[in-house]
Design a protein around this ligand. Structure first.
Ligand code: CLR
Length: 455
């Protein structure tokens, strides 16, 4: 497993104030008028936010950057691919239980993060539609892309499609990998407890060798066994399967050979068949039993109806996932590619942040705008800082002020051609034949003299 060289940066173990209870405000009351609408355009009460900007949220992809470094250090493309796949899964682990809405970045807002082995810069390059671009670099890799989250309220759930392509480059190997992220769903907006699920398929392509990794994030719709599960294969350029990948995006990713996988399938089939045999036997016995007791049936109808509920596949009465099962997550001769770090013990009081997320608003001692921190950095956003301190009124006042400022600014800008992002430019991605935002390479020169404060 890629565990080496991971000196986690920890400047604090909690936020200045715990999150405030959301009891006073129901998500349903906010969303009921937004059925079918694009939620990125809707102003929501700050009670539903978490004290981070979406740009910071994107940086959470980097929590397990060491897995990417490890991938770059592998000598053959299949090994590199399996760790790139592990990185793609690891990047989504922090989404578990994160039910607060990050703040929409202001146009021109930036966020930077420097850690031991890499640095990343993000910029909000478009406001309508909201597009956030990022570029991370290290000695071993470049990782960049843009995300345009499409958020829709279906009437029951909030559905999120994070459209956009992400790219990994390993200069040493002359390799480029691309993929798009899976969808996300927040369940139980009307009643019950909110919870988050990610589902869909990621297809990672190594454009130099033709290797592909597919990773299917299963929806727990049919069986609670599938809850949070991820499964897939590494294939060669002829679509020949080489490795089986499996795990949970909340816990770990492992891999094993196709032989061990096939063997495991056979075993499972056997067990299933035996189970089936036993259950038909039981059913026959059951029939006899119910005949004998048929006179009792009517009086017990209400009871049996209640029992029927037990057969709803994946949800308990309040629509929560029933169990987080570990069945067949242990195939013989597997290799652990990535394991999720535990959250801090007090995480649930702090928006379910990971340790990594807890550090994102920290103003490090060497960050002094405008010389050593860009004046547009999200760490300087007053609304986010107010929320972090538990000051809801301040947060909502500042958020409203920034949103108004943004609208006024847009009206003015219509007449001038000064518009446009500062650190990224629009380009064409030849691999995916789609629009891309490419970093211009200048951010870390720290020449911010002409950058106006925007907060
Ligand atoms: C009012 C409440 C219930 C709405 C809360 C919506 C929250 C949970 C939504 C809004 C925007 C969403 C994010 C939008 C884009 C991405 C990038 C993707 O690669 C991983 C998921 C992630 C990070 C989403 C996670 C869930 C998210 C944070």
């Amino acid at each position: 497993m890629a565990e080496s060289a991971d000196n986690e940066y920890i400047a604090r173990r909690e936020l200045p104030a715990p999150m405030l209870s959301r009891k006073k405000i129901s998500v349903w009351s906010v969303l009921k008028n937004c059925i079918g609408k694009d939620l990125s355009k809707i102003t929501m009460p700050v009670e539903l936010n978490e004290p981070l900007s979406f740009l910071q949220r994107i940086c959470e992809y980097m929590e397990y950057a060491n897995v990417l470094t490890y991938a770059a250090h592998q000598d053959n493309p299949v090994d590199r691919m399996k760790y790139v796949a592990a990185f793609a899964v690891s990047a989504l682990a922090s989404n578990l239980d994160r039910l607060g809405k990050p703040f929409n970045p202001i146009l021109g807002e930036t966020y930077e993060l420097q850690r031991e082995n890499y640095r990343i810069v993000c910029e909000q390059v478009s406001h309508h539609p909201p597009i956030s671009a990022f570029h991370a670099e290290s000695n071993d890799f470049n990782f960049y892309g843009s995300i345009n989250p499409k958020i829709k309220f279906s009437g029951k759930n909030v559905e999120i499609r994070p459209t956009g392509v992400v790219t990994v480059e390993f200069p040493k190997w002359n390799e480029t990998y691309t993929w798009s992220n899976v969808n996300c769903c927040v369940h139980n907006i009307i009643v019950g407890k909110l919870w988050i699920e990610q589902y869909g398929t990621i297809e990672i392509t190594n454009h130099a060798t033709g290797h592909v990794a597919t990773l299917t994030f299963k929806s727990s719709g049919l069986s609670d066994k599938d809850l949070y599960r991820v499964e897939g294969f590494v294939k060669d350029e002829n679509q020949q399967k080489l490795l089986f990948l499996y795990g949970k995006w909340t816990k770990f990713l492992k891999c094993c050979s196709m032989e061990d996988y096939e063997e495991h399938l056979q075993q499972e089939k056997k067990i299933e068949e035996e189970k089936h045999c036993n259950s038909t036997h039981n059913a026959a016995q059951g029939k006899m039993f119910s005949k004998l007791n048929s006179f009792k049936l009517d009086s017990f109808r209400s009871l049996s109806l209640q029992e029927d509920k037990e057969f709803t596949p994946n949800e308990t009465n309040d629509g929560l996932p029933r169990s987080d099962s570990d069945i067949s997550l242990n195939l013989p001769n597997s290799i652990l590619l990535w394991r999720c770090k535990p959250r801090p013990a007090n995480s649930s009081e702090y928006y379910h942040f990971t340790n990594f997320a807890l550090q994102l608003n920290v103003m490090e001692s060497n960050m002094k705008p405008p010389d050593t921190l860009c004046p547009t950095d999200a760490r300087l956003r007053p609304d986010i800082l107010c929320l972090e301190q538990g000051d809801l009124d301040g947060a909502s006042r500042e958020k409203a002020r920034l949103e108004k400022q943004q609208r006024d600014y847009r009206k003015q800008e219509k007449n001038s051609d000064e518009l446009g992002p500062r650190w990224f430019k629009k380009a064409y991605n030849p691999y995916t034949k789609s629009e891309a935002w490419i970093y211009n390479g200048n951010y870390w020169d720290r020449n911010y003299k002409n950058v106006n404060a925007i907060f």
